[in-house]
Design a protein around this ligand. Structure first.
Ligand SMILES: [Zn+2]
Length: 491
């Protein structure tokens, strides 16, 4: 039986806001503190306490919503989502149900070779995080016990719910990458998936071609809490194939929540999925509706920083190749490094070339990011200036760059210490060229008979004799002139 299916994916992304204190109490939100050291009667869910809303969390949430092209509602409200689990001492989570903070946004994704596609954002709501269970064992199934850490309970989150507009695992990857890049320019979250400050659940279903019903009615599998964008993509890829196999063999898809096993690349069944009415949402009686001043929202909108779409356009307009522009846009630190360096150096393309090849290579080796780079924008520009002045060849500069990273010294100091200055003196290089030509008559003959590669060999000999310090274009020119003279002495 041959059957074809269309893939339907929607993503729910939880982003922890990096406020100093929690959403409804004054406890610190610092990551990595001793378990349960950042708690109080409010976030521990003691009876009789009252939540007080953190204004900074709402500002960050609105900023995120506006950057993702959402409409922020002037009035939204908080609701209690009931569920019983040891990571939630109140036995309910304060969230937003039928009147979320923001709706109707979008994220643009750019599939390779395809058109830009707008993926809808259905809603963004504000809620408090739960605590964290640490299971004593390899997996939940074989755990011998669990410990709860409530430092995270009450940390502000936004949940960003996409429309089911994504059609492949690759589109899901692009969506998450763009979403993360956009939020990175707002300074509202650490966005570290491995630490849980950004988490993604993926809803995956397959629709038989010709299916006339609603997407919402398709049996949907939710892959929970995957710890990297790459693994979200892998989990979705696996899930698409698993569901396709089942459907092709006439079996039904069970609506459920599945985990993802990084080691095998497979998803595994965890539990059947709850419906919204299982949570018995009801309005939070301890918090008034959240009423936002429209002029305050407009003020936030006007003061949004430069965001990926605008940055892309301006980079390409400045002559940066779109592939390089994409790397800069998606890595805010790289973009800021480039921005700082370009204010000191006119040749922006050369700058981006050096950054994304040599600098990036050394950063990766040293496990540094652009913001922590031992060689900062100013030091890199000094190095490039030495190339422009003819002091260093490109090849020598690569060596100097590595030494700069290793020693934290300036390019000029390293050149001086190592006696690295490039030989640009025509007479000095000319003398070496003459001796190389005299001692390699066969290679010269090869070159004259049309073997272009023979010239590279001769260049190599001159560079060897000058310890790599002869100016390469000068060597080339003098070799060609020398050969011409020898082969045609009358001219
Ligand atoms: Zn607290």
């Amino acid at each position: 039986m041959s059957a074809s299916f269309e893939v339907i994916i929607g993503l729910e992304v939880h982003v922890e806001l990096k406020t100093a204190s929690k959403l409804f109490c004054g406890c610190s939100t610092t990551f990595g503190a001793a378990p349960n050291s950042q708690t109080c009667p409010v976030c521990l869910g003691m009876p009789g306490v009252l939540p007080v809303l953190n204004q900074e969390a709402i500002r960050m949430a609105c900023l995120s919503a506006l950057a993702l092209h959402c409409q922020v509602r002037p009035v939204s409200k908080f609701d209690r989502k009931q569920y019983f689990y040891p990571d939630l001492p109140k036995a309910y989570q304060i969230s937003q149900y039928d009147q979320p903070l923001a709706e109707f946004g979008w994220v643009s994704v750019r599939p390779a070779g395809g058109d830009v596609k707008k993926v809808g954002i259905r809603r963004i709501h504000v809620e408090e995080d739960a605590g964290k269970l640490n299971h004593l064992g390899q997996r939940l199934g074989d755990a011998v016990g669990s410990l709860v850490d409530l430092n995270r309970a009450g940390v502000p989150l936004i949940e960003i719910v996409s429309e089911p507009d994504l059609r492949s695992a690759e589109e899901a990857r692009l969506y998450l990458t763009e979403l993360r890049a956009t939020l990175s320019y707002l300074d509202v979250s650490d966005l570290r998936m491995e630490e849980g400050s950004m988490r993604c659940d993926a809803n995956v279903s397959l629709r038989p071609v010709g299916y006339a019903g609603s997407v919402e009615d398709l049996p949907r599998v939710e892959i929970k809490n995957v710890n990297s964008i790459r693994n979200v993509q892998r989990g979705i890829e696996y899930e698409i194939e698993r569901q396709r196999e089942l459907l092709v063999h006439g079996e039904r898809i069970v609506k459920e929540t599945r985990g993802f096993d990084d080691a095998t690349g497979q998803t595994y069944s965890q539990r059947s999925k709850e419906e919204a009415n299982d949570y018995r949402y009801f309005p939070e009686p301890d918090l008034p509706p959240l009423v936002l001043d429209v002029s305050w929202i407009e003020d936030l909108r006007r003061n949004l920083p430069e965001l990926p779409d605008a940055i892309r356009q301006s980079l390409v307009a400045r002559g940066i190749p779109s592939k390089d522009a994409e790397v800069l846009v998606l890595d805010r630190e790289a973009y800021e490094y480039w921005n700082a360096a370009r204010s000191l150096y006119a040749d922006e393309r050369t700058l981006v070339n050096w950054m994304l090849s040599d600098v990036l290579r050394v950063l990766n080796l040293r496990n540094e990011s652009f913001s922590q780079a031992s060689v900062g924008p100013r030091a890199l520009v000094e190095l490039l200036t030495l190339i422009d002045q003819g002091t260093l060849s490109g090849r020598m500069a690569k060596e100097v760059l590595e030494a700069m990273f290793a020693t934290q010294k300036s390019a000029a100091d390293i050149v001086k210490e190592r006696g690295l200055s490039q030989i640009t003196d025509v007479a000095a290089v000319g003398a070496v060229v003459e001796s190389v030509l005299t001692s390699h008559p066969a290679v010269v003959a090869d070159y004259l008979s049309g073997k272009e590669k023979a010239l590279a060999y001769l260049v190599g000999q001159v560079m060897k004799a000058t310890r790599g310090q002869a100016k390469p274009d000068l060597v080339n020119r003098l070799l060609i002139e020398g050969i011409a003279r020898e082969s045609n002495p009358t001219r």
